[in-house]
Design a protein around this ligand. Structure first.
Ligand SMILES: [Zn+2]
Length: 627
């Protein structure tokens, strides 16, 4: 994920790589050259720069402007005008630079083998660091200005009113900022803090060797992470079990090291939280988005009070698969055969446009325009960047990279990333540059609301029982991956940190016990956990980035409330969503933005709405299945 000041690239939903295996065996197909793709299926980067020469000219301009930052250093408190001029310079340089950065990396993604754009994106990356470096004094210097003096400066310069929220956001760090000397010491400890995550990555990517298994056709196949995910969906139970055992056996070789490493990572979190005067690691982590700890606790407690629907689905799975004992390796085999849904891109566009009609004519018209105006790079071509994302800069229209291949998943990706694109469009248009970005907490609401509207439309228009069953199953598992699994992870993170904070020593054994208990509690009594089924806690990379996955669950909850109201034709709710969230950028703190959009994340209501939706889907699925 790349990031320059306001330019956040939003990649696909977490669930895609956490729990949702890619369907089917890969077919040998010929990947076309970019030149073979019709223009209307390619994005128009020439809307950003008509030529690379123009890019070079702007690059030189930014380079020439940058030394001006220096003259403000140490002088911000001198006058309101001085402070304003500095902030305005910072903005104007980023406004000019963001499109250059986005252009260089998107050019590279068209064909990552082209050395010209490898070089150009390297230079953009280098310049990005230089700009950050040049203005790195600004926030600490604002923090060093006594509050009273800051108030005076704001009073004497009207133009600073624009920056009130920006400055307030910096000020929140006052009590968590240390003396210059202490800050230097903490900065020096920074590389040490990276060690646990690096160790994990090295084990996962370099050291881990999986054995082989015999597949459905009797061939010996070397296991890989992707194949493991595929095999878990196999209808041959023996294959699922072998894949699961072989996968776990590879991890268990590293088990004590992994346990010590995760414990070390948690100690690191505690060290920094204490050093910065936070009462807990959780508080320290949520502080970045100014999210109250109650929001996190409320999410976990509300889900804990509503675990029945998951248990019901697990029981249904056991019953429907006709098993005496349901094991973890039985949890991903699809309950209904994949409906024949080949959806060409043009049909996907029509589907998404129809599904989003409840968003109102203006939204849909602009969305249609976007599809027809070079926003989207549709097909996989030789050397093209992988995956899917939404991107763009303040002064450009939004862009979307796809590797579209006619699957239902891909249609959801279109709805999801277009949700991000429209959010960008609306926020850029309505906000000054400084507030045109989005926190992840809010951004995933815009994308998943669209996914929910699409799902509702597909379910209402399903032509056969099989299609409806398939969609319900898909939706149920989407919610499990994006919501329940993330809440379960969040609960594990919270409790593991709390134990360490209470002075308890963590080890592979104690971490596994904790994880096993939470896992069993979520899935219910029908799931029989085998001895290695608790290794999840030691092989999930997200645990090295603490208290972050919960945002997917809160976003989905917020989206469930918003989409429900929009689908019910609540015009006021739609207005609040568009004006309070889509147009709001990050002009307020995420919790306040959601409140303006009609969702109070400090209350159980949104989480309950999510749970209700899930429970209804499971009921509907069960009824249809036994019909
Ligand atoms: Zn997203």
């Amino acid at each position: 994920m790349f990031k320059s000041l306001r330019v956040v690239m939003l990649a696909g939903v977490l669930v895609m790589f956490a729990f949702s295996p890619i369907f089917g065996q890969s077919q040998v197909k010929k990947i076309p050259q970019r030149s073979e793709i019709a223009e209307k299926y390619k994005w128009r980067l020439q809307d950003i720069y008509p030529s690379d020469e123009k890019w070079e000219q702007d690059f030189s301009k930014v380079k020439a402007l940058l030394p001006q930052a220096e003259k403000f250093k140490g002088h911000l408190a001198e006058s309101g005008k001085m402070l304003l001029d500095c902030l305005a310079l910072q903005d104007s340089i980023w406004i000019m630079f963001d499109p250059m950065y986005v252009y260089a990396y998107m050019k590279l993604d068209e064909d990552t083998r082209v050395s010209k754009y490898q070089e150009m994106s390297d230079r953009a990356g280098g310049m990005n660091s230089k700009i950050r470096e040049a203005f790195s004094f600004v926030d600490p210097e604002i923090l060093s200005i006594p509050q009273e003096r800051l108030k005076q400066l704001m009073g004497e310069e009207k133009g600073l009113a624009l920056y009130a929220h920006y400055i307030d956001n910096i000020q929140r760090n006052r009590e968590h900022t240390l003396s210059t000397q202490e800050e230097e010491l903490l900065a020096q400890a920074g590389p040490l803090a990276q060690v646990p995550r690096n160790v994990f990555t090295m084990i996962e990517d370099a050291d881990l060797k999986f054995g082989s298994i015999i597949d459905e056709e009797g061939n010996e196949v070397q296991l890989t992470r992707q194949r493991y995910a595929d095999f878990l969906r196999s209808t041959d139970r023996r294959v699922r079990k072998d894949a699961s055992d072989t996968y776990s056996e590879a991890w268990v070789e590293y088990i004590n090291g992994l346990g010590a490493n995760l414990a070390g990572s948690i100690k690191k979190d505690i060290f920094f939280a204490h050093a910065r005067n936070y009462s807990s690691t959780l508080e320290a982590s949520l502080h970045a988005d100014n999210i109250p700890v109650e929001v996190f606790d409320n999410l976990i407690e509300t889900v804990n009070g509503n675990l029945k629907p998951i248990h019901q689905y697990v029981s249904l799975r056991k019953k429907y698969l006709g098993l005496d004992e349901l094991h973890k390796y039985d949890m991903w085999v699809p309950l209904v055969p994949k409906a024949k849904m080949e959806i060409p891109y043009d049909s996907a566009v029509t589907l998404v446009l129809n599904a989003l009609k409840p968003m109102g004519k203006k939204y849909v018209d602009e969305l249609r325009d976007g599809f027809n105006s070079g926003w989207v790079d549709v097909y996989e071509t030789k050397g093209k960047g992988s995956g899917a994302y939404s991107w763009g800069a303040y002064t450009t229209h939004p862009y979307m990279l796809l590797n579209y291949s006619n699957s239902l998943d891909n249609v959801f990706t279109v709805a999801h990333e277009m949700g991000h694109n429209m959010h960008r469009l609306y926020s850029s248009r309505s906000q000054p540059y400084i507030y045109s970005g989005h926190s992840l907490f809010v951004a995933e609401v815009a994308s998943t609301t669209n996914e929910m509207l699409l799902m509702d439309y597909l379910l209402k228009h399903a032509k056969t029982k099989e299609e409806k069953l398939y969609l319900l199953n898909y939706y149920i598992e989407m919610i499990e991956g994006t919501f329940y699994t993330q809440v379960m992870f969040a609960e594990f993170e919270r409790d593991a940190h709390a134990k360490a904070e209470a002075g308890e020593a963590l080890s592979a054994k104690s971490l596994r016990k904790l994880y096993r208990d939470i896992y069993q509690k979520y899935e219910g009594p029908d799931l029989v956990l085998d001895s290695l089924d608790d290794l999840g806690c030691l092989r999930i990379s997200h645990f090295y980035r603490n208290f972050y996955v919960y945002k997917y669950a809160t976003s989905l909850s917020a989206a469930s409330v918003i989409s429900k109201k929009i689908l019910a034709g609540d015009k006021n709710a739609l207005k609040m969503y568009i004006e309070g969230l889509l147009e709001a950028g990050d002009s307020e703190y995420p919790i306040d933005i959601l409140k303006d959009a009609g969702v109070d994340m400090t209350q159980p209501e949104p989480v309950n709405a999510m749970v209700d939706l899930y429970a209804n889907l499971v009921n509907e699925f069960e009824q249809l299945l036994v019909q």
